[in-house]
Structures are given as C-alpha cells and as structure tokens.
Design a protein around this ligand. Structure first.
Ligand SMILES: C[S@@+](CC[C@H](N)C(=O)[O-])C[C@H]1O[C@@H](n2cnc3c(N)ncnc32)[C@H](O)[C@@H]1O
Length: 256
C-alpha cells in the first residue's frame, strides 16, 4: 500500500505548523498541547493522519459506482452502511457521486480506521459520517448503535473471501436485521459458481488465500444465497465485473 499524509510535515515537530497564527502565550501553550497530543497519537496509532491507498480499490471504485448508480435511487434521501471500508477510498468516492445518501463507513482494523478518517478530513464530505469500529462476525447489536430496519443499503467490498466464514455469516445476519424491507445488500468480490472456481487466475488466488489462512477463500454463490434466504434476503441480481469479480445484489423481502 502506498501512503501519504494529509498534513504538511514539519521536521521539528512532525505535526501541523500553526506557528504563524500564534500571537499570545495562551494560544502558544494550546498549540504546544495539540502538537504533543498529535505526536502521542501518531506513536500509539502509526496510521493516524495517513491516507492509505489500495491499488485494487482504485481500479474497482468506478465500475462499482456504475452498478450503484444503476440500482440505487438518486432521487430521495437514503442511508447506507459500508462494512469493511478498508482505506476509505470507496466510501469517499461513492459519497461524492451519490450526495443523496448518508454514508456510514466502518472497519475492523485500527490502522484502516485512521485512514478512513484521513480521507474524511481530506474530502470534507458532509454526507460521510465518522467511521465506526465494526466486527462483522458479531451480532448487529454490537454494530456501533445501528438500529434495526434503519438502512436502505449495506455495501461490502472484498471482505467475504479475506476473512473467516463467521464474518460472512455475520454480514448476512446483520444485513437482514438492519436493512429496511426492500433494502439492498451489495457485495463485491470473486466467487465460485456451483462449486467451480474459474478462471485459472481465481483458482490461483483461492489457493494463495487458503495458504495464508485456512479460514479464507472464495465462497460459493449458492452458499451465500442460502445464507441470504435464512436471513430474509434473496439474490436479485448478479453483475459480472472486470477481473473476474462479481457484484451480488441481495434484496430484503418486504413483510407483505
Ligand atoms: C481486502 S480488504 C478490503 C477492504 C476494502 N473493502 C476494499 O475493497 O479496499 C478486507 C477487509 O476485511 C476487513 N475485515 C477483516 N475481518 C473483519 C471483521 N471481522 N469485520 C469486519 N471487517 C473485517 C479488513 O479489515 C479489511 O478491511
């Protein structure tokens, strides 16, 4: 991952240079206090203030946005939760194009949480909420206060195959609870179809994932479909995406 900082670095204190605007002792002490806090925070959380960049996210953000624009209303206010927002590249990209949606990013990894906040600070988007810590394997009651049936969209990109299956189970169970009737769960990634992984590049990728962690690996769409059905969702659409990925669109059943 490539890294760059959103703050201009000052070699003396490696923080934000505010000295020009300091005009009295009280203000100077306050600035010193903030610099100290900033240094301590960077020591505790090395990613603080750093916008991480994932090449895959840079490549797939536009094709995924196209699917969103074709399947999500742009004419009314909606609420969306992104699970495993990663660097923050996706949520800030989508939020710029879909201003009618209030986006809630979330992450499990602490360094990624800081990166998402750095992207938020950089883009200053009023429709992106502060990131919440969210472990997809936990019940939705632990999802940062997200209320049942409060969301129109749950988005999950490239997590299902790079996390233990408990995360996938939690994702579908949680989405079934927090989505409004007719709400949408959109997942993106590589999948196997009827037990077959194709083409060879996905077979190799699946193998390398399982070598890294035996709990990881491509999941079968029929398995995801049965998980969806158990949680009040159904597979409405599959969209083929570049590089042998797919978008899966699961719709929450209405009550009537
Ligand atoms: C390959 S990255 C994808 C990140 C981002 N969605 C993207 O496409 O750039 C996999 C993500 O799964 C997340 N993840 C792993 N375990 C998780 C869990 N228990 N709950 C939520 N997310 C998890 C990681 O933190 C990481 O952000």
């Amino acid at each position: 991952m490539r890294k760059w900082t959103i703050f201009r670095q000052n070699p003396k204190h490696s923080g934000v240079d505010l000295s020009e605007s300091v005009c009295c002792n009280g203000a100077r002490r306050l600035v010193e206090w903030f610099r100290k806090l900033y240094r301590i925070t960077r020591r505790l959380y090395p990613g603080f203030g750093t916008m991480l960049s994932a090449a895959a996210a840079e490549r797939n953000k536009e094709p995924i946005l196209t699917v969103l624009l074709e399947n999500v209303s742009t004419g009314r206010h909606l609420r969306a939760l992104e699970i495993s927002s990663g660097t923050g590249q996706h949520v800030t990209h989508f939020a710029q194009a879909l201003r009618n949606i209030t986006w809630q990013p979330s992450e499990y990894d602490r360094q990624s949480l800081a990166s998402i906040e750095a992207y938020r600070a950089h883009y200053q988007l009023s429709n992106v909420m502060p990131v919440i810590h969210l472990d997809a394997s936990l019940p939705h009651q632990y999802w940062g206060g997200i209320q049942p049936e409060s969301l129109d969209l749950v988005l999950n990109i490239n997590m299902i195959h790079i996390s233990p299956f408990a995360c996938t189970e939690g994702l579908f169970k949680g989405a079934g609870a927090v989505l409004k009737p007719q709400g949408l769960l959109l997942t993106y990634g590589p999948y196997s179809v009827n037990g077959q992984v194709t083409p060879q590049s996905n077979i190799d990728f699946d193998y390398s994932l399982r070598q890294r962690n035996p709990e990881w690996g491509l999941r079968d769409i029929s398995l995801l479909n049965s998980l969806a059905q158990r949680n009040g969702l159904y597979l409405e659409k599959m969209v083929d995406m570049p590089a042998n990925n797919k978008c899966l669109l699961f719709r929450k059943e209405s009550l009537v």
